[in-house]
Design a protein around this ligand. Structure first.
Ligand code: C5P
Length: 397
């Protein structure tokens, strides 16, 4: 499955911290994402994890010795960094950070760093006291002055059982940072308003009406838009998903609350992606106390919620408006009808009766309809689908 990592060359420098074992999982994930990973290990790193582990996971020979006889000139420190898209140093020990801060080049990794022109990203991982030491802090500050990106370690319990700041960050966070560097930045200057997830329409303090939306598609678009340089506001119904890095999230529950939040941010937006599954109806009565079960039956009166997107279609003053439609039949017909009725620039339609697309799953298959074109996107991950939708949005700007 094609991802933004496909064909990119990542040089990974592994140094002698216990967190080296976690990075084996990162190499495996990068290989799955079709990146070309070349691992350089310091001598100390080879005491924690064997080069064979990284070689097997990356499918490439692992190098660590600057003067190894059998390695030949083609993998010198100059060659290793030359065509790299990113050099990632993870885990980076206090010692390696100190050496890089002073421009030392006494092993293959530090020499490669000096010789490379690629973006250098450093993930310190060590005991919290070592990280907090003024010497380490001065060295990381120096790396930032040299325009290296230093990712702050996470807080929590470390291998030595001490609590503190020094843990290797989670792969998902690092992956996003790498993708942001690899992106074309083609949404810079855009302010994108995205809605995601379901709404909840309460009946009483314990119960509500909602739908199966997980928010995954909207969150994937928020991540992709931020990566590509946009300023992103995400108005989200209740979901289990964490707030994406760099994104301003406004949490709401009901369609009415979503309407208020969307209208508050609409005028400043240049693009609106309305992927939320807004409940079309809400209970007529919202009981202050929990409805008791000691009655034979209960009828529920429902009233229509406002159609937020249709209101935006009437109010828009130059914003590019993208709607979403989950349909169970007549996709093209329904999509075209909603494009007209809600005065949209683009609508993304998906078939909720088909397997692997729509609610809850990680993949989607969308048909894009604008005023001129109908484009069938392939069945792909929601991450890839998000990029394909944004690619098309850019052509309409
Ligand atoms: O008409 P339908 O509900 O199928 O349209 C779906 C699109 O309209 C989605 O983009 C959804 O976010 C939006 N919508 C809305 N307010 C509603 C219902 C749907 O903004 N009350």
């Amino acid at each position: 499955m094609h991802t933004s990592f496909a064909g990119k060359k990542i040089v990974l420098g592994v140094t002698g911290s216990i967190a080296a074992f976690k990075v084996a999982g990162w190499v495996s994930a990068l290989a799955k994402d079709e990146a070309r990973v070349r691992v350089i290990m310091t001598q100390a790193a080879t005491r924690f994890v064997t080069p064979l582990t990284f070689a097997a996971l990356s499918g490439e020979k692992v190098v660590s010795d600057m003067f190894a006889d059998d390695e030949g000139p083609e993998i010198s420190h100059i060659e290793l960094g030359k065509d790299a898209d990113i050099i990632l140093i993870a885990p980076a020990t206090a010692h390696t950070i100190a050496r890089m801060a002073h421009g030392l080049a006494d092993d293959l990794l530090s020499a490669t760093v000096l010789a490379a022109r690629a973006r250098i990203i450093v993930c310190p991982a060590m005991n919290g006291q070592m990280y907090a030491h003024p010497a380490t802090q001065a060295n990381t500050a120096r790396l930032r002055e040299l325009n290296y990106q230093v990712i702050e370690p996470a807080c929590g319990m470390m291998a030595c059982k001490d609590e503190g700041q020094g843990r290797l960050p989670e792969w998902e966070q690092v992956r996003e940072i790498l993708l942001r560097h690899l992106s074309a930045g083609d949404l810079q200057g855009q302010r994108i308003l995205i809605t995601a997830g379901p709404t909840r329409e309460p009946l009483d303090p314990a119960r509500f009406i909602s739908n199966r939306s997980s928010g995954k598609m909207g969150y994937a678009m928020a991540r992709a838009a931020y990566r590509r340089g946009a300023e992103v506001t995400l108005i989200s119904g209740p979901t289990a998903l964490p707030c994406p890095e760099g994104v301003r999230r406004v949490s709401i529950q009901t369609a009415e609350e979503m309407r208020t939040a969307v209208l508050a941010h609409f005028s400043e937006a240049t693009i609106v992606l309305k992927s939320a599954a807004v409940a079309d109806f809400r209970p007529e009565t919202r009981y202050a106390d929990k409805v008791k079960k000691d009655q034979a039956e209960l009828s529920l009166g429902l009233i229509a919620n406002p159609d937020i997107l249709q209101e935006l279609g009437r109010k828009k003053t130059g914003q590019l408006l993208v709607g979403f439609a989950a349909e169970s039949g007549h996709l093209l017909q329904e999509g075209k009808k909603k494009l007209q009725k809600k005065n949209l620039d683009l609508i993304a339609v998906n078939n909720i009766n088909q397997e692997n697309t729509g609610f809850e799953v990680d993949t989607n298959q969308i048909t894009l309809i604008d005023r001129q074109n109908v484009i069938e996107l392939p069945l792909a991950s929601k991450e890839r689908t998000a990029d394909l939708i944004l690619d098309h949005v850019i052509t309409l700007l």
